[in-house]
Design a protein around this ligand. Structure first.
Ligand SMILES: Cc1cc2nc3c(=O)[nH]c(=O)nc-3n(C[C@H](O)[C@H](O)[C@H](O)COP(=O)(O)O)c2cc1C
Ligand code: SF4
Length: 392
């Protein structure tokens, strides 16, 4: 992305246009800086997809049309959700290494209208087609955490009295409609998966049986798989556990297997290779999702398959990567200095970033580090990009 040196960075015109249109469409409901939002990004995405294919892996695009109540509202554009329920991130429910003194309550979202739901649906279908054009091996609709689509699935966050609220069929409707619409365009053979939170882990929340009942309706439209995710922003300690097998212990995959036996299930939070193999052998799940372990050691699957366990760099689950994500600092892993800098042309560390990582685990130092990182970013606003100036 070209920039005039010495001038303040501005989004290029097509990106400014897009942000303006998104704000009009559904306010702060859609702050996502999504690379699939326009065809402009397809050639760069194709380069990324090709690189992944060249390395022998498949790649699926996650479609995230709106952060819902977790979005960033503007002065005259509130966030949107199924119902006007804020997200309450209580300090005792934060995962290891994440500190928000006194917790955080998001601004109250407003109820998204039917017209906005349908408009977003059109966008999601268009993004699915762009993903296919870019060569992705499938698409995954995001309905997890407290993002827009997830807010429809539980009676705790969905109090609507229209056709999108109340009964199981109604709470499933927004996802059933979007999956059916994607299917109508991409055909029966293109994988369309779903990522969803499967247990709220809150006293008044919905458990796995309730979520499975709703998603059984969506599955009728042809789901290629369900990527199970535990908990959400209000019960984040259960979303990012340190121990392997937490989800299995809660019984969530078992409940989904019983409710929708025909749909492949991807299990989270199970990085212990023996445990993962046992779960798949037992038929409780069909594949394992790995996030932080892959950041710490991208070669982890190869090492496991080659029996080189003594060479594995084990993630410490202290979540400095996540802290960076949540404070809008480029994500890094302190056990894997190359993470996020894999391209030869990628920018290397700055003093502010290193300090941020060093401060991990101490609330006061982190506040200082946040500030240092912000200053460092202000001085050097260049985002991650490659030599041609394009941004992936
Ligand atoms: C730095 C970072 C970025 C993430 N980005 C996404 C994302 O874009 N989409 C998503 O569904 N989950 C995302 N997650 C959540 C992970 O997919 C996963 O649910 C979570 O890290 C727990 O799994 P783990 O124990 O394998 O790390 C992210 C997690 C981390 C730490
Ligand atoms: S920073 Fe690295 S080691 Fe720490 S939790 Fe994140 S991936 Fe794991």
């Amino acid at each position: 992305m070209p920039r005039a040196s010495g001038t303040r960075w501005r989004r290029p015109a097509h990106r400014r246009r897009w942000h303006r249109d998104r704000a009009r469409l559904s306010g702060g409901a859609v702050p996502s800086d999504h690379a699939l939002r326009s065809g402009d990004f397809v050639p760069d995405l194709r380069r990324m997809v090709d690189a992944v294919h060249d390395a022998g892996a498949l790649i699926i695009a996650q479609l995230m049309p709106s952060f819902g109540a977790m979005g960033v509202p503007g002065a005259d554009r509130p966030t949107r959700a199924a119902s006007p329920k804020a997200v309450r991130m209580g300090a005792p429910r934060l995962p290891r290494g994440l500190y928000i003194p006194g917790g955080r309550v998001t601004p109250r979202p407003v109820e998204i209208t039917k017209a906005e739901i349908l408009e977003l649906q059109v966008e999601v279908v268009a993004a699915a087609l762009r993903s296919r054009d870019a060569g992705f091996d499938g698409v995954e609709v995001a309905a997890h955490m407290r993002y827009l689509y997830s807010s429809f699935l539980s009676p705790r966050t969905n109090w609507r009295t229209d056709e999108y609220g109340g009964s199981v069929e109604n709470r499933a409707r927004i996802l059933s409609d979007v999956v059916r619409s994607i299917r109508a365009e991409v055909g029966a053979d293109y994988p369309v998966g779903l990522r969803m939170s499967v247990n709220e882990h809150l006293p008044d929340g919905q458990g796995p049986e309730g979520f499975a009942e709703v998603i059984a309706q969506v599955a009728k439209e042809g789901l290629g798989y369900i990527a199970l995710t535990d908990a959400n922003y209000e019960s984040m300690n259960d979303n990012l556990p340190a121990e392997s097998g937490a989800m299995l212990a809660h019984g969530e995959p078992q409940a989904f297997r019983a409710a929708i036996p025909g749909v492949p299930l991807l299990l989270a939070n199970t990085y212990d290779p023996d445990q993962a193999a046992a779960v798949i052998d037992a038929g409780t799940a069909d594949a394992i999702q790995l996030a932080r372990q892959l950041l710490a050691d991208p070669d982890f699957p190869n090492k496991v398959m080659a029996g080189r366990l003594d060479e594995v760099v084990w993630c410490d689950h202290d979540n400095s990567c996540l802290r960076r994500l949540m404070t809008n600092v480029p994500v890094r892993c302190h056990l894997n200095p190359e993470m996020g800098r894999e391209a030869p042309s990628a920018p290397r560390s700055t003093a502010g970033q290193d300090f941020f990582i060093w401060a991990a685990g101490n609330g006061t130092l982190m506040a200082v580090a946040d500030r240092a990182a912000r200053v460092s970013r202000r001085r050097k606003p260049k985002p991650v990009g490659d030599a041609t100036g394009s941004e992936l």
